[in-house]
Design a protein around this ligand. Structure first.
Ligand code: NAD
Length: 508
């Protein structure tokens, strides 16, 4: 039962039911009818049954995607036609934005004020890649040898296995699905076991838009289902978003069979606040960086470095603002803090509170679970945290921020770069030259100056170091879903075979 209009807003309606796998355009139950439960982190109750795909189910899904790829029902279609269908898909996403939004909220408890714009953004992402489909191609290049015309072709890679996390289920799927489709690939999606049903809804819209059956397949399940996809010899590329530990494991398995990989992984991103910054703006930016999405954001600004003269004032304001946040029903637009997405994530964050206590760290606010329904923890600020502390080095994925102080640019850069991650960074200063210097010196895939956590499909997103391999979004994302073929057309040279043929031209 989940028809619980707790806020009196009448917002909750039950999406209860069972959800099957999508294979070859048909909904199918898993082998031997295996299922697992869908769970609402706000109500703390199960609300549906999801098919749990076995390796044999994964095999059927990959076979379906492979045959859809080989017979050219999608890759052989004119790029303009693929684009037209993708534009229709974008319209359908907008039509169903409200139900796609609420479905994700039932799964992971993210606030409606965050999820709704994210879902609408998905339509924009889809249109962006639809627009690129027709112009994506190779180039005619000057031949380096006489008597040849040379050019490159861009070809789809084959079957893409997309493995996604739970924090922004459809947004992060779109970053993979849309470029993969625009480039002519077929796909098998393995959504997070925490958020599988919204992916099935999006896949249904793909079919309604006119994407042929078998091009987009969905296998739901957990680690074993994902592992079967990674190991499958007919999956040509794995596109993964999730934790660094899982991503590294996946990359090592995929490497054994030379599958292509892109990895979007974890972060411990620094926000660097200089004494000359607009402090009010900086506090807003830090709140947006760590308390939005209840801190469950890969790009969370979870390490805040503040210049000495404004350190105490900054900590005071941040603690006051954090502790005043209104926790509530994620479906209520007035809520400012949602629950963590699962019991497991709650336990993980609570364990970090214990670690901080054991390390004797100074907790200015928060550091505990909220005494109410749902997997809520209080917005939490630790100050004067030593760089070596575990909470300063490890990704917590909750509304937990460590604040450290520095003096001058060099120290700021040293602390900011002292991390195995390198996903994002924020710089707060009114000094334009200093901002540019820092942009160059901080090692991160995205750097914001006097802002934080802004993204859009025209710019690539991805990480340095343990935060990832490759980039998603932006024009270049299509490259990650394409092979490049080089072509030499002989214009009439006479071939005489002799030892050393080609070697003098650099053949290897
Ligand atoms: P996770 O690594 O636990 O799981 C991610 C996905 O991988 C899930 O679908 C899971 O079922 C699957 N999986 C787990 N083990 C697997 C295995 N051995 N083989 C194949 N698949 C496997 O991550 P999560 O808890 O779902 O998500 C949170 C993490 O995602 C955080 O670390 C966060 O930083 C990261 N993230 C990164 C980005 C980014 O763009 N860099 C964006 C969002 C989230």
């Amino acid at each position: 039962m989940r028809a619980t209009p707790k806020s009196g807003l009448g917002l909750r309606s039950a999406p209860a039911g069972s959800f099957d796998l999508l294979i070859g355009g048909k909904l199918q139950s898993a082998e031997q009818g295996a299922t697992f439960a869908a769970h609402d982190p706000y109500l703390e109750e199960d609300w549906g049954q999801i098919a749990k795909a076995s390796p044999a189910d994964v095999d059927r899904a990959v076979a379906s995607a492979r045959s859809a790829f080989e017979d050219g029902r999608w890759s052989g279609m004119l790029a303009a036609e693929r684009a037209r269908i993708m534009l229709r898909l974008a319209d359908l996403i907008e039509r169903d934005a409200e139900s796609l939004t609420t479905q994700q909220i039932f799964e992971n408890g993210k606030l409606i004020s965050e999820m709704r714009p994210g879902t609408l953004g998905l339509a924009g992402d889809c249109r962006f890649f639809a627009g690129l489909a027709e112009t994506h191609g190779g180039a005619t290049v000057q031949s380096a040898r006489p008597g040849f015309t040379t050019f490159t072709l861009k070809e789809p890679i084959g079957v893409v296995g997309a493995i996604t996390p739970w924090n922004t289920p459809l947004g992060l799927l779109g970053w993979k699905l849309f470029p993969a489709l625009a480039a002519g690939n077929t796909i098998v999606v393995k959504p997070s076991e925490v958020t599988p049903t919204s992916t099935l809804m999006l896949a249904a819209l793909c079919e309604e838009a006119g994407i042929p059956g078998g091009v987009v397949n969905v296998v739901t399940g957990g680690r074993e289902t994902g592992a079967a996809l990674v190991e499958h010899p007919d999956v040509s590329k794995i596109a993964f978003t999730g934790s660094t530990a899982t991503g590294q494991q996946i990359a090592s398995r995929a490497a054994l069979r030379s599958a292509r990989v892109t990895l979007e992984m974890g972060g411990k991103s620094p926000q660097v606040i200089f004494a000359d910054a607009d402090l009010d703006q900086a506090v807003n930016g830090v709140m947006a960086g760590i308390f939005a999405a209840t801190g469950q954001s890969c790009m969370a600004g979870s390490r805040v470095l503040v210049e000495e003269p404004v350190f105490d004032r900054f900590c005071e304001i941040l603690a006051a603002r954090g502790s005043a946040m209104i926790a509530g029903d994620p479906l209520d637009p007035a809520s400012q803090l949602g629950p963590l997405a699962s019991r497991a994530q709650l336990d993980k964050v609570l364990a970090y509170f214990e670690i901080a206590r054991a390390e004797g760290l100074d907790c200015v606010t928060g550091g505990h679970r909220l005494d109410r329904q749902g997997y809520f923890v209080a917005p939490t600020v630790y100050r004067d945290v030593p760089q070596g502390s575990r909470i300063a080095r490890e990704e917590i994925f909750g509304p937990v921020v460590v604040v450290m102080h520095f003096n001058g640019e060099d120290e700021a850069v040293r602390i900011a770069n002292d991390s195995r991650y390198g996903l994002a960074a924020g710089i707060w200063t009114e000094d334009l030259r200093r901002a540019h210097r820092l942009v160059h010196r901080i090692r991160a895939g995205t750097v914001w100056v006097n802002n934080y956590r802004i993204i859009g499909h025209t710019l690539p997103f991805g990480g340095y170091g343990a935060s990832g391999i490759g980039r998603e979004m932006g024009r270049d994302a299509l490259e990650a879903y394409s092979e490049t073929k080089s072509v030499w057309i002989d214009l009439g040279n006479r071939i005489e075979f002799r030892t050393g043929h080609g070697e003098e031209q650099g053949a290897v």
